[in-house]
Design a protein around this ligand. Structure first.
Ligand code: AMP
Length: 209
């Protein structure tokens, strides 16, 4: 089974991807995580990736499809978190899956109010060690409850970059909603609820194991 999560930034793609992977024994592919890892290396590509991510822009399709095709080669059963991000990636992805005798089973479209997403971005902290994500609104200790590391803010989690990412989402990513709707594999889920309630809706779509 292959599942795509599609949503505005901070709608909960990462959180729900993890829940689905654990419950349905699937592998998590987050292009954002793959890019953050690539950006941390000290090579010619890392500077280009870092620069675009800090500006909230999309990374070139060829870089993304290379990263994804390397990950899926010879393996099966994925949750794609943050990929595809535009129509050309969606079409290249269809070809890639066909070559691997695979298909997309569900596209879960997490809906959320823009203002709610913005507030989540401002209170989002991540663990740089185990990648856990937290929403912290007060001055409580910013320590990861899973591995005790000091939590940090992602460099692109600020209002300026959020606004740019929103703009990019509307122009580049939103058109793939119709692309998958026409194929009859798009399912909308209200992502403004608590994570467990969002996951309950997803389980109804995919079915219990
Ligand atoms: P995310 O972790 O999904 O919020 O992505 C963080 C940033 O990584 C985005 O704002 C983009 O700059 C870049 N990115 C992630 N996935 C893609 C993709 N599929 N295509 C292009 N850029 C991407």
């Amino acid at each position: 089974m292959n599942i795509i999560f599609l949503a505005l930034p901070a709608a909960g793609k990462g959180t729900q991807s993890e829940k689905v992977c654990k419950n349905y024994h699937l592998q998590h592919i987050s292009t954002g995580d793959l890019l953050r890892e690539a950006a941390s290396k000290n090579d010619s590509l890392s500077m280009e990736i870092k620069d675009k991510m800090q500006k909230g822009l999309l990374i070139d399709d060829s870089i993304i499809t290379n990263l994804v095709s390397r990950e899926i080669k010879g393996r099966e059963g994925f949750v794609f978190d943050g990929f595809p991000r535009n129509l050309s990636q969606a079409k290249l992805f269809d070809e890639m899956l066909k070559e691997n005798n695979q298909k997309i089973d569900y596209v879960i479209y997490l809906t959320i109010d823009e203002e709610v997403a913005k507030q989540r971005i401002l209170s989002r902290f991540v663990c740089p060690v185990c990648q856990s994500v937290y929403n912290i609104k007060d001055e409580s200790d910013k320590i990861c409850s899973k591995c005790n590391s000091q939590l940090v803010k992602r460099e692109d989690d600020n209002i300026e970059v959020f606004n740019k990412r929103l703009e990019v989402y509307k122009t580049d990513t939103a058109p793939i909603i119709d692309y998958y709707k026409e194929q009859g594999i798009l399912f909308e889920v209200d992502s403004s609820l608590a994570p467990d309630l969002v996951f309950d809706q997803i389980k109804k779509i995919i079915g219990e194991l």
